[in-house]
Design a binder for this molecule. Structure first.
Ligand code: FMN
Length: 502
């Protein structure tokens, strides 16, 4: 096929209206006129770049192939002559100048002592939109805070006079080795926090021998993330199930072909939660009259980055669909977002490989219980109903939400979890310090493991047993506990609606 003749930037610039709207992304021109009202993020943001190069705005929110896969072939107009494209003028506001100054003043990584520190720095150095998306949770954010607080209702019963000269906290998860019972869970839109996005996690995970769960809604493409892995590095895929099952099948089978070792199907998000910090950011950023418009697909554009990118998720997904997954893949199937023992039991009976007891980091149903609380009831009920004990190789229990210390992980392991997922702390680590930040976060966890394994009297992960914790208060939501000052100081209070500035 003959190479397409490149268009000139001048020509592209004339298509700058709602009636004829062309944009440039990664050196190629696209006619998005008919797509304006379909765009999950609304038409206004595209129109801002009509006739111009939109790459810088496009990159953090979309996988690189989003535009080529979503736009019909005839709307791909070909390459643009690079020298003829007018540079989009970037206006650096006073606010942005102040933020860049704060970035310069970050403390060196040596001074970061715990995972809370990353959050404190990230809050000051991240762009407001990114901070709002990462930190936000549903409604009053009660579950978000409870996720962490629940760990305060579990206390240790350490063993003494155990030879802990050598301690080893490595483990096996879904048949794969990991240097610790922790994995990097799936979190969408990595490029909002750092230009390398999810690749920061892939590279740091390789260095530290931990597993990364790749999100469906990553900002880097799935293949880019897999390509960045070292030979033998273990990765899983988090799946949002598309209404179009052919797309889902393609994603799943491609993942299996690329060597993915586990498929985590998210089941707690038939609709994305209302995350008000994220939503309020959208309102302050754009003209409210524009963003509240619905597209022809009926998707509400007013609800922040999260809602904007998730309209494809199938709210009709049900138990009966799980048999279909077994026919299209041989990867271990795990449900992510189980919140009651009855559903864990169903998953076990269906022969799945495990469940993640999770409420999506408090971003979905507010007043959902913490994963660690649900773990205690799941372990008890599956023992009672099916006579199985945990940890269990055939049916593995995972927990995520609010885990910030190795002691939190040890509590979950003692109660029967194979491993725990950590989300936000790694996002904050790379948003503040890139890949090195994530490496440091993992090193901190290793250091905390070493000390705490010794202090509770466990040489290996197998030696961490239920008798080492007192969780008799786990179901009590009124127990008085000392304040967790670091965590609380990081917590940003929700804002009320404000009058417009005059
Ligand atoms: N879970 C998913 O199943 N799919 C996602 O795309 C996804 N994106 C997330 C994006 C952000 C910014 C955050 C904070 C969480 C996201 N989660 C997603 C939920 C996480 O996988 C995990 O359940 C949660 O972050 C754990 O809580 P933690 O952040 O307190 O560690």
């Amino acid at each position: 096929m003959a190479a397409q003749k490149a268009l000139s930037g001048k020509d592209v610039a004339t298509h700058n209206t709602r009636e004829s709207c062309w944009i440039i992304v990664h050196g190629n021109v696209y006619d998005v006129t008919d797509f304006l009202d379909e765009h999950p993020g609304g038409s206004k943001i595209i129109l801002k770049y009509a006739g111009k190069d939109a790459t810088a705005e496009y990159d953090p929110i979309h996988p690189p192939d989003a535009i080529t896969t979503n736009l019909p072939k005839e709307k791909h107009l070909g390459p643009v002559e690079p020298d003829t494209v007018e540079k989009v003028e970037v206006v650096i506001t006073d606010e942005e100048k102040a933020r860049l100054e704060r970035v310069e003043n970050r403390p060196p990584l040596d001074e970061i002592l715990n995972l809370h520190d990353f959050e404190a720095i990230a809050r000051q150095v991240m762009r407001d939109k990114a901070w709002a998306y990462y930190s936000s949770a549903a409604d009053d954010e009660i579950t978000n805070r409870e996720n962490h607080a629940a760990y305060h209702r579990i206390w240790f019963r350490p063993k003494i006079l155990v030879d802990v000269t050598k301690v080893d906290w490595s483990t096996t998860i879904l048949g794969q080795r990991s240097t610790m019972p922790v994995y990097i869970t799936a979190t969408a839109l990595g490029k909002l926090g750092h230009p390398d996005g999810e690749l920061n996690l892939t590279r740091a995970a390789a260095k530290h021998g931990v597993i990364q769960m790749i999100p469906t809604l990553a900002s880097c493409s799935f293949d880019e993330i897999v390509d960045a892995a070292q030979p033998g590095q273990v990765q899983w895929l988090q799946l949002y199930v598309n209404k179009d099952r052919a797309i889902t099948k393609r994603i799943v089978q491609h993942a299996e072909k690329r060597g993915i070792k586990g498929l985590f199907i998210t089941v707690d998000a038939p609709q994305l939660g209302r995350r008000e910090k994220d939503m309020r950011m959208k309102f302050t950023d754009e003209d409210p009259s524009e963003v509240s418009k619905s597209g022809s697909d009926g998707v509400d554009r007013s609800q922040g980055a999260a809602r904007a990118i998730s309209s494809f998720i199938d709210p009709g997904l049900k138990w009966a669909d799980l048999d279909w997954f077994k026919t299209i893949t041989r990867m271990p199937l795990i449900l992510k977002g189980v919140q009651r023992w009855e559903d864990a039991l169903k998953a076990y009976d269906l022969g799945l490989a495990g469940v993640v007891l999770s409420n999506h980091g408090g971003r979905q149903l507010d007043f959902a219980r913490s994963g660690i609380e649900v773990l205690v009831e799941v372990v008890a009920k599956l023992k009672e109903k099916r006579g199985i004990s945990f940890p269990n190789e055939k049916f593995q229990l995972f927990v995520d939400g609010g885990v910030r210390r190795a002691t939190d992980v040890i509590k979950a392991v003692a109660l029967g979890a194979t491993a725990v997922g950590i989300g936000r702390p790694f996002l904050y680590a790379f948003s503040s310090y890139g890949q090195e930040g994530v490496e440091k976060a993992l090193q901190i966890l290793h250091d905390e493991f070493e000390m705490n394994m010794r202090l509770i009297g466990a040489e290996t992960i197998k030696d961490i047993t239920p008798d080492m914790v007192d969780c008799s208060n786990i179901g009590s939501h009124i127990a008085a506990i000392p304040e967790d000052r670091l965590y609380d100081a990081n917590y940003e209070t929700l804002q009320h609606a404000k009058l417009r500035e005059i």
